[in-house]
Design a protein around this ligand. Structure first.
Ligand code: ADP
Length: 483
């Protein structure tokens, strides 16, 4: 079966966030299940140079103001890519979405409209020998692809759209309709219109045959006004076509048995090396080297979403319980200041780095006992999955992907031997404080703690299971003759 991914990012060619990781890894995992997946992405500067065996497959003149071509090639990781080479839209320095001045590129509607239009062309068979059975759009940048396909009168492939972040919706003025080759008849609430504007994500959610998001709990949450960012009504209307599939992690890169960034390698059956990592992390961050102190860590963007103010409010509880805290993150100035002050005020007990440091993120996952993820919303979340793999028990808010991936160490779960971490709800400082108390209690029961660590480390967090779920979804949508 052939699947065309449509996305604005794909690791390792271009990455600003988790979307790139999914689009880089999922096609490879689907290939293991004998799916032929190719990903259409914009040819930003450097993308064509990053392709192995590039071949021009299609030329089109003009598309949204200039000549374009599609270049097929392979990433260094072996994923098949169609790069949309449209110099008038993508050959610019800066970020995929914003210019050097920090503002959205003024023609983002045309840039990502062109991406979606090319997905339509490929979907309708313009490449001749490679015609997809499924077109799978990711986030608002690909949102018009299901719309263009649904609005064409030709035989079309089935369409799927995945929401990675509902906060970004791609809203543009009504007068972009015609330049985007959308018919006036589509400018209604039963089409691409969203409160008087053209809504790219809205259009995708309306026209796609199936909608997915990156965890089952988030799929339910975005049907509520609290989490739906204004699209909850539409999502409730489409609830029967909406499912959640939790992301996998790159289990090669995040593997305590083979991680080059940590002090000692270890496995679920031979976890002793974790102690050496704890000592290495403590001395690296200027913390007291103390094997018996429960070491909490946080690795996060510092933004309101991530709930780190709740952690700041609970530092007295954490310290009173004998805990230590390792911090890695950057973002909002007042949160950065809050953690800087906490480090200064508590030398030897709270330490860390305000900044971005990938190798340190690995050492923290290996050395800490607990990773705290107190998010106010979290579509999927990755750091708690890394925590499971490294035996660093996640302490998470009970929502979104966090709720779906961590099993709380309550009495029943401990009795049944299924617990992998701690959850707290509601997302308040008080509830987080109560959870800290539960962590200290379990930490004092060394055997019970070790069992939970073992269970966390053996939980499957790679891409195989998610890929099986996507495969089942595609099979349910594709024509019966697709193989
Ligand atoms: P989000 O995408 O909302 O930021 P996720 O948990 O899905 O949250 O992914 C965050 C990713 O970024 C993880 O891989 C995490 O390790 C990494 N990360 C976040 N902050 C830092 C940092 N300061 N240094 C290194 N890695 C970081």
């Amino acid at each position: 079966m052939r699947v065309l991914f449509v996305a604005s990012e794909l690791y390792p060619l271009v990455k600003t966030g988790g979307l790139a990781d999914v689009c880089g890894a999922l096609p490879l995992a689907l290939a293991q299940q004998r799916f032929d997946v190719r990903a259409l992405i914009p040819a930003y500067p450097g993308v064509l140079d990053g392709l192995r065996s590039p071949v021009t497959r299609l030329r089109m003149d003009p598309l949204f103001g200039g000549a374009v071509r599609v270049v097929a090639g392979l990433t260094e990781t072996g994923a098949h890519v169609f790069a949309l080479d449209a110099p008038h839209l993508f050959a610019r320095k800066g970020n995929p979405y914003v210019g050097p001045d920090g503002r959205d590129w003024p023609d983002n509607h045309l840039r990502f409209g062109a991406l979606s239009w090319m997905a339509r062309e490929i979907g309708l068979g313009r490449l001749g020998d490679w015609r997809p059975d499924i077109v799978h759009a990711h986030d608002w940048q690909a949102g018009l692809a299901p719309a263009y396909l649904a609005l064409s009168r030709d035989r079309r492939p089935a369409t799927v759209i995945t929401i990675h972040n509902i906060a970004f919706q791609g809203l543009f003025p009504a007068d972009t309709l015609t330049p985007l080759r959308l018919p006036q008849s589509a400018f209604t609430p039963e089409g691409v219109e969203y409160h008087g504007k053209v809504g790219f994500l809205k259009a995708g959610l309306h026209y796609a045959d199936q909608i997915t998001t990156v965890s089952p709990t988030y799929a339910r949450e975005i049907q509520t006004p609290e989490f739906g960012e204004g699209l909850d009504g539409l999502l409730r209307h489409r609830a029967r076509q909406l499912t959640g599939i939790v992301n996998g992690i790159d289990a090669g890169k995040w593997n305590p048995a083979a991680d080059g960034s940590i002090a000692a390698r270890y496995t679920a059956t031979k976890p002793e090396g974790k102690g050496a990592n704890k000592a290495a992390l403590q001395s690296r961050l200027g913390l007291q080297v103390n094997a018996g102190a429960p070491l909490f860590c946080v690795i996060s963007r510092m933004s309101a979403q991530k709930g780190l103010d709740l952690l700041l409010a609970n530092l007295p509880t954490l310290l009173a319980g004998g805990g230590q805290l390792a911090v890695l993150g950057n973002g909002d100035a007042n949160l950065e200041t809050g953690f800087r002050n906490a480090m200064t005020a508590n030398p030897g007990r709270i330490g860390g780095v305000i900044g971005y440091d990938e190798p340190l993120a690995h050492l923290m996952q290996a050395g800490a006992d607990v990773i705290v993820v107190p998010s106010r919303f979290e579509p999927c979340g990755l750091t708690q999955l890394y925590g499971l793999r490294y035996g660093t028990l996640p302490l998470v808010a009970r929502l979104g992907g966090l709720a779906d991936t961590v099993i709380d160490a309550n009495e029943a779960a401990m009795h049944d031997g299924v617990a992998t971490g701690f959850q707290f709800a509601p997302v308040t400082a008080e509830a987080l404080g109560n959870a800290f108390t539960r962590v200290f209690e379990l930490y004092a029961r060394k055997d019970a703690w070790r069992q939970v660590v073992h269970r966390a480390m053996t939980r499957k967090v790679g891409w195989q299971e998610p890929a099986e779920k996507y495969a089942a979804l595609y099979r349910s949508l594709a024509p019966p003759d697709a193989v």
